[in-house]
Design a binder for this molecule. Structure first.
Ligand code: ATP
Ligand code: MG
Length: 276
């Protein structure tokens, strides 16, 4: 059964796109069929997957507001082994146009309903806003993953986000679950990182994913080559962290479906940092 996961946080620059691209590549490396949906007009997930956003003839925008065929918009992410529904600045118009359409919150859900049988995982990279695009992502999703940068203002805005998730769940999508809070850009040498991480665990317990993504320069460099870190530097700590995250998700999925988990998925990475 496919699982649709929205990576969302209205706070900018917390690692949504980095996590969406690299988790897609890691799940693809475990032979899962993965579709990455770029739902941000910035088109960062598109570019980070090696696709030139400005030369896309059609994008996710055309699927949301028009009646196009999914296959005519999907593009492969090079050798990374996953597919992408690309986005570019055209998507900015969708925020407004959607408001005038029937069932405006359900447009992405209908688009993805057709894709579900072709993919095991569909990851949605959300824009840094609680707007109609994000509401579409939350309505289409089975689970929400919330990347949280381990720094001072990390918890600010989290209450508003969790309230939005609760509202969407009660009104639009009763099956929506929290698939986890993901600690990103963690620097174990920094007291603040450790404090924020401890606070998250204290407040949210099991909802905090065990995998911690360290601050790692290879993760920041890889997008400029249009590559997930797994292809850019397989031996980096960033690559290890996102492989561990894929392993953690797969184990949770197995637990959810009631199967005994005997897979050799990698253990969550510890968090010390270095430069690769
Ligand atoms: P936006 O809200 O603008 O969409 P975002 O939440 O998608 O941002 P990213 O684009 O993934 O955030 O990350 C913001 C910046 O931090 C990028 O330059 C990215 O390369 C860098 N970055 C993300 N994660 C890490 C990490 N673990 N280590 C080092 N740099 C990182
Ligand atoms: Mg982003």
């Amino acid at each position: 059964m496919s699982r649709v996961i929205a990576l969302t946080n209205q706070k900018g620059g917390v690692g949504k796109t980095t996590s969406a691209v690299n988790l897609s590549a890691s799940l693809a490396a475990t032979r899962r069929r993965v579709l990455l949906v770029d739902l941000d007009p910035q088109g960062n997930a598109t570019m980070g997957s090696g696709i030139d956003k400005d030369s896309c003839e059609k994008t996710v925008y055309d699927l949301l507001v028009g009646n196009h065929d999914l296959a005519s918009v999907v593009q492969p992410a090079g050798e990374a082994g996953f597919d992408v529904l690309p986005a570019n600045a055209d998507l900015t118009a969708a925020e407004v146009e959607l408001l005038h359409l029937n069932m405006k919150e359900y447009r992405l859900k209908y688009v993805l309903a057709r894709a579900r049988r072709s993919y095991d995982y569909i990851l949605i990279d959300c824009p840094p806003a609680l707007n109609m695009l994000t509401v579409n992502a939350l309505t289409a999703a089975d689970g929400v993953m919330i990347p949280i940068q381990c720094e001072y203002f990390a918890l600010e805005g989290l209450t508003a986000l969790l309230n939005t998730v609760r509202q969407v769940k009660s009104v639009l999508n009763p099956d929506l679950e929290i698939d986890g809070l993901l600690r990103t850009m963690y620097d174990g040498r920094n007291h603040l990182s450790r404090d924020v991480s401890a606070q998250l665990q204290q407040h949210f317990g099991d909802q905090v994913l065990r995998t911690i993504v360290p601050r790692n320069v290879r993760l920041a460099e890889a997008p400029s080559y249009g590559l997930p870190v797994l292809l850019y530097d397989e031996a980096s700590r960033g690559a290890a962290a996102y492989l561990a995250l894929a392993g953690e998700l797969l184990r949770r999925a197995e637990a959810r479906s009631g199967e005994a988990s005997e897979s050799a998925a990698p253990e969550p990475a510890a968090a010390p940092i270095d430069d690769r």
